[in-house]
Design a protein around this ligand. Structure first.
Ligand code: HEM
Length: 116
């Protein structure tokens, strides 16, 4: 059970790596949102929800932390949705939408690692 949980953590980390990596590529490039970011966010959500149940653990998960991470993920999802619609309509993406996507992604990773 524990090894299975670690495998899901690995999938969750892949979600983080792909989302943050896709954003960094854009940060040094065209500063757009891309479909890969949506897929990576979905992977983070599904694997994160699977990790939120108390299986393969000898203690209860930190539900307050999980709730905060879920809210942050929903905000990232909203920014991706609004950003994608904006860049389709106007051809550009406002900096106020692009930069928070990366900052909030890093915030969620920091919450996961630093809030024990
Ligand atoms: C952009 C979104 C997210 C990012 C970047 C992210 C990042 C991470 C990282 C880097 C870890 C590994 C921490 C470690 O092993 O020390 C982790 C673990 C975890 N995440 Fe996320 N996460 C995200 C969204 C979510 C969501 C939406 C949930 C739940 C609804 C969630 C629940 C969890 C849980 C339960 C763990 C395991 C913590 C543990 O067992 O110590 N995550 N996350």
């Amino acid at each position: 059970m524990e090894i299975l949980r670690h495998a899901v953590v690995l999938v969750h980390l892949v979600g983080f790596a792909v989302l943050f990596g896709a954003w960094v590529v854009e940060a040094v490039g065209r500063r757009r949102v891309t479909p890969l970011m949506n897929y990576a966010l979905l992977l983070s959500l599904v694997s994160g929800l699977a990790l939120s149940a108390p299986w393969g653990l000898d203690h209860d998960p930190n539900y307050v932390k999980i709730g905060v991470k879920l809210v942050v993920l929903v905000v990232i999802g909203a920014l991706l949705g609004i950003g994608s619609a904006r860049q389709k309509r106007t051809g550009t993406l406002p900096a106020g939408i692009f930069w928070p996507i990366g900052v909030l992604t890093l915030l969620n990773a920091a919450l996961a690692v630093l809030w024990r």
